[in-house]
Design a protein around this ligand. Sequence first.
Ligand code: TLP
Length: 364
Amino acid sequence: MYTSAPESDVKPPRFTTPAIDLRSDTVTKPSPEMRRAMFEAEVGDDVYAEDPTINRLEKRAAEIFGREAALFVPSGTMGNQIAIKLHTHHGQEIICQERSHIFEYEMAMMAHFSGVVPRTARGEDGILPWEDVRSKIRTKSYHAAKTGLVTLENTHNMAGGTITPPEVFDDVCDRTHDAGLPVHLDGARVFNAAVALGIDVAKLTAKADTVMFCLSKGLGAPVGSLLVGSAEAIDRGRNYRKALGGGMRQAGILAAAGLIALEQGPGKLAEDHDNAKFLARGLAEIPGIKIDPAKVQTNILICDTSGSGITGADLSSKLAERNVLASAYGPYIIRFVTHLDVSREQCVRALKIVESVCDSKVTA
Ligand code: TLP
């Protein structure tokens, strides 16, 4: 069964060949090596911190990010929400980009769990420079809620996998700290940024107080994310994870796949980026589809379909009828994401199918 795309209810017919699934990099299936490791994983009760495989994964993640500690969580959403809880108090505001995942796709959980409200900033291409953050910070006053946290997203999903330049990132972190505030990075796809920039991920993220990154996106694990930070923050985070129902007991079977994703996944991302650039160049040639290939830096393509007269949802369902899956994210927006389970040959086929669907609309 296929699940529906976020803003279109796609129920594609069954095909004998697997779909070319460009909805998200979350859709990858565990490799045979991962399945073997899961089968053989040593496990224990992780609520007692006794799962040796999870302990190994957390230790390795902390090492790779140059941090004191790491916490394995079931999802990126949980990692982000624990971070917000760690850094804020009820009644505060957090600053986030207006199309950030934390704001748009985490079910208003910041309000449920942490009692904070978002103050959004725009930025260009999902990138928030200090000037944009500064204008949103609210200090002590008798009229307004105080800012408790600044969150950044790198790469930025809805802006099309864009990378915050390291100097902009460092600057906004330094100045936010000077203003007495912490920074959390939603680094769901921060390895994509590090690989595209050719920079070590620890160096790229060093100035954020906490970083969440996902194993279950481009890195290819079936489940899991990590929150990294100071030993004190992660220790408190462990309690919040339990409160949220994230005490997963013998989840070493998941961490075993996660360890493979963490060690081997980053080395495979450059190919996804090449495929995304290839797709972007092809899509840009199709009349009615707007995308600037020069702006595609990683594995996400956000296309404007308004020139074709086809809505994102219609294009998504027409493509699904031809066994190509992509997600609509706005009236005239469709997203394509490359990942481990999409080959160059499939990108070539997908392009031909998008072209024929758009052609038939224009001539209809
Ligand atoms: N993003 C998903 C959807 O929820 C939109 C996707 O298909 O891209 N941060 C960022 C930047 C994300 O893109 C996502 C997932 C998350 C956090 C949350 O991760 P999960 O899905 O593991 O909770």
